[in-house]
Design a protein around this ligand. Sequence first.
Ligand SMILES: Nc1ncnc2c1ncn2[C@@H]1O[C@H](COP(=O)(O)OP(=O)(O)OP(=O)(O)O)[C@@H](O)[C@H]1O
Length: 310
Amino acid sequence: MTLLQLDRVTVAVSGRPVLRQVTLDVRAGEAVGLVGESGSGKSMTVKSVVRLLPTGATVGGTVRFDGADVHALDAAALRRMRSRDVAMVFQDPRAVVNPVRTVGDFLTEVLRDQGVSRAEATRRAAAALSEVGVGDAARRLRQRPYELSGGLLQRVVIAAALLTEPRLILADEPTTALDVTTQEEVVAILNEQRRLRGAALMFITHDLELAAAVCDRIAVMYAGEIVEILPAARLHSGARHPYTRALLDARPGAVPPGERLRTVPGVPQSAYTAPAGCVFADRCPHAEPRCRDERPVFTGSAACHLLGAL
Ligand SMILES: Nc1ncnc2c1ncn2[C@@H]1O[C@H](COP(=O)(O)OP(=O)(O)OP(=O)(O)O)[C@@H](O)[C@H]1O
């Protein structure tokens, strides 16, 4: 069953395009990774799902969640969707958790808003902390954010995200602010717990290997467009778009030890500066004249004029 459906979603901020015709489906319980260089539109895509776009943004196309047109929801329905059906986990937990209130207040707030009693909300909050691997829950609930490490606090945010039993979790680089070993643990817990609950996941990351480990499918974004969508298991063998291949070549793991790391040649474009034809044409080693002039249609799994020829 399709849970989320983005159909030719276009976003412009102050008249400048930032997303161009983004089409993507997420099935119930499915994990979809969004990868691509900085500024490619990953966060904007996720924000368009919950209408958290910057002031002055204009939106085209449709976003449907469980069949309902998100951009046509009234304020009450939008609030319900954001507080129950969709949960968000962002990069920096300290930007999300109120620094002067206790962890317990933070965790029980949404449940209390839904009419759950204080005792029951506290019991569920403690259980959620245990599920994400936070021991001594009773003490943690009384603590304030500054008393917890970044990794522990991000687990608290994940516990909060799971508490309302959402059907979709939007995770925007949830571990970038953490050290490497903590990153792996936190992503593993997020993924394990959301799978247990059957929640779908949109997972933004710069780390292709991590995306492949966590997700069922991967959508590759460049300059405000999705240029390729492929099953995570086929990320290496099945990548067909020159940009996906360039990203794979630029992974630290793709370079033998001692050799210089590779980058994707050229300068990243934004949707605003990209050529009229293929957004990647200026950096593509295979580009032909028509690539600069004619926009490739997304066919099968990728948008590229040269797929058959490469
Ligand atoms: N508040 C904003 N107002 C105007 N433009 C914005 C705003 N936020 C982002 N943009 C622009 O939208 C485009 C897409 O940004 P977005 O944050 O979605 O990229 P991203 O792929 O998530 O990047 P990163 O990996 O750095 O988070 C960029 O060109 C960016 O400059």
